[in-house]
Design a protein around this ligand. Structure first.
Ligand code: PEP
Length: 252
């Protein structure tokens, strides 16, 4: 039985005071959400304050990214995965399409970040997804397979319970255009098959695969009804506590 994950990616929004106000508003709204894991990913500078204020709650905190480097050293501007852990985070997002496209992160770079996150004891949410051009060119599966194979390289069986895949078609992120539940299911089933081929059927059956791309309170239920959709990575709609809580409670 896979426990669903509903994760909110706040991107580069919210100062510390707003981040704290949002989680304090969210806390009571999701306190009884035992059916899923709830995660929020504030900006780096807010993580410590947010985790302190969330102590004892069922809301987990993620970094939105981490360094490829585990060893502390001369890497100006970088944040090591164990520094995220030190600040209270339990999860880290790697390979978000904004990092891949705006900052040219390759699959091997994403792989190094995943390895760094795992080595620090974090649960890694690895994002994959094709662009509109790639989908229309019939390349979606090939692209996603490449991202998975590159991103998961050298991971071992013991890492797999701390890997979550987020399928986020780039054409659906922040566009208001969501994949249909059927499109999401088709790609999620494909991701699970690739994972089974790379590792084992057993590991694949435990893998949680989140959908991301304009998830809102009114489309989450249809997505969650799909056999291989195990949760959501939510951008815009996670910024407001009440809206995000409605997504968390997709089962009502
Ligand atoms: C995201 O940032 O991962 C995302 C899916 O954004 P949105 O929900 O706004 O499309």
């Amino acid at each position: 039985m896979r426990k669903p994950v509903i994760a909110g990616n706040w991107k580069m929004y919210k100062l510390i005071a707003d981040s704290v106000a949002t989680v304090l508003a969210l806390k009571p709204l999701v306190a009884n959400a035992n059916h899923c894991e709830v995660v929020v990913a504030p900006v780096f500078t807010a993580i410590k304050t947010v985790t302190d204020r969330l102590e004892g709650s069922n809301i987990h905190v993620a970094g939105q990214d981490c360094s490829t480097e585990s060893k502390h050293g001369a890497h100006t501007g970088e944040v090591a995965a164990d520094m995220l852990r030190d600040a209270g985070a339990s999860h880290v997002i790697v390979g978000h399409s904004e990092r891949r496209h705006l900052y040219h992160e390759s699959d091997s770079f994403v792989n190094r970040k995943a390895q760094a996150g795992l080595a620090a004891g974090l649960t890694v949410i690895m994002c994959v997804g094709e662009t509109l051009e790639q989908r229309e060119g019939g390349m979606a599966e090939r692209v996603v397979r490449g991202q998975l194979e590159g991103g998961l390289r050298d991971l071992t069986a013991s890492d797999l319970d701390r890997i979550i895949i987020a399928y986020e078609p780039v054409w659906a992120i922040g566009t208001g255009r969501t994949a249909t539940p059927e499109q999401a299911q088709e790609m999620h089933a494909f991701v699970r098959r690739v994972f089974a081929g790379r590792f084992s059927q057993e590991a694949a059956s435990r893998l949680r695969i989140l959908y991301g791309g304009s998830v809102k309170p009114d489309n989450i239920a249809g997505l969650m009804k799909q056999a291989d959709v195990d949760g959501a990575l939510v951008g815009g709609a996670s910024l407001d506590a009440e809206t995000f809580a409605r997504i968390v409670h997709y089962d009502r």
